[in-house]
Design a protein around this ligand. Sequence first.
Ligand code: PBG
Length: 333
Amino acid sequence: MTPTVAPFPAARFRRARRTSALRALTQENALTPGDLIWPIFVRDGKGIEEPVGSMPGVMRRSVDKIAQAAKHAQSLGIPAICLFPYTDDSLKTEDCAEAWNPNNLSNQATRAIKDAAPDIAVMTDVALDPYNINGHDGFVEDDVIVNDRTVDALVKMTLAQAEAGADIIGPSDMMDGRIGAMRSALESEGHQNVMILSYAAKYASAYYGPFRDAVGASGALKGDKKTYQMNPANSDEAMRLIQRDLQEGADMVMVKPGMPYLDICRRVKDGFGVPTYAYQVSGEYAMIEAAAQNGWIDGERVMMESLMCFKRAGCDGVLSYFAPRVAEILANG
Ligand code: PBG
């Protein structure tokens, strides 16, 4: 449909912007706490909230503190928490066995959240990087990140997470065929209702830098992730990936990073009409925080604007480190 636009002065667009009432009435999109997924970093110990240097305002929390954080999130109306473990180097191995340990940090945190805040949906991350001695999302053989053997491990990891009570499994590994393998394992092991949010369009991005610091993977990573994560120059490929992951049984899809990839969000939403999310990643967060701390931008307004723009681009929700701060502002009108 091509909208017809009356010529000036019949069309004076400023009429609709004159007062806050008229602006509210003509506003097309809205941001609510229900749109937010809050990523939280888990570490070992007790009573610990430790700041992440490269992400001012973000903490690594011990499991007891995560339970508290989950209660807070629930009271703010945030529907989901996504867990990322900061794994001690002594637990990183070549076979990544800690990834499917029923008692690893992520699984402990899942149970603690379910206990403390049963209304919160727990989302978990599926990829081997927190447990891998070389920092990659898959097994490395002769300098190659191997696909099919990695998928078998990801399935074990998925089942351990489902067993711990995860509501949404978030494969961020970018191996081929993992969604189908996970879906059939979940079906046959009695976890029919566990959702899969596929990080279908995950790009090999420099914006992940601060995250790798937060989970202690920056030192470990050998080489880059370009043989499995997508080329930032591509868009058609994202559509084909998403189509495949949906056919294999994904319930929802993620675009990652977020702000530089809003065109992908829009294509996905228009093309498939499925629940679509974006991950406003660590580098996006750090840039906004750094500029705000220098007094170069109004950090709070930029934060709110950045999240609203995801909604405008067609996202149903946003995974953002800003989630609790945004929810608090929304709660206070
Ligand atoms: C790895 C993973 C990464 C992020 C989430 N899961 C980093 C990577 O792919 O190296 C990045 C998130 C962020 O930057 O906030 N499975």
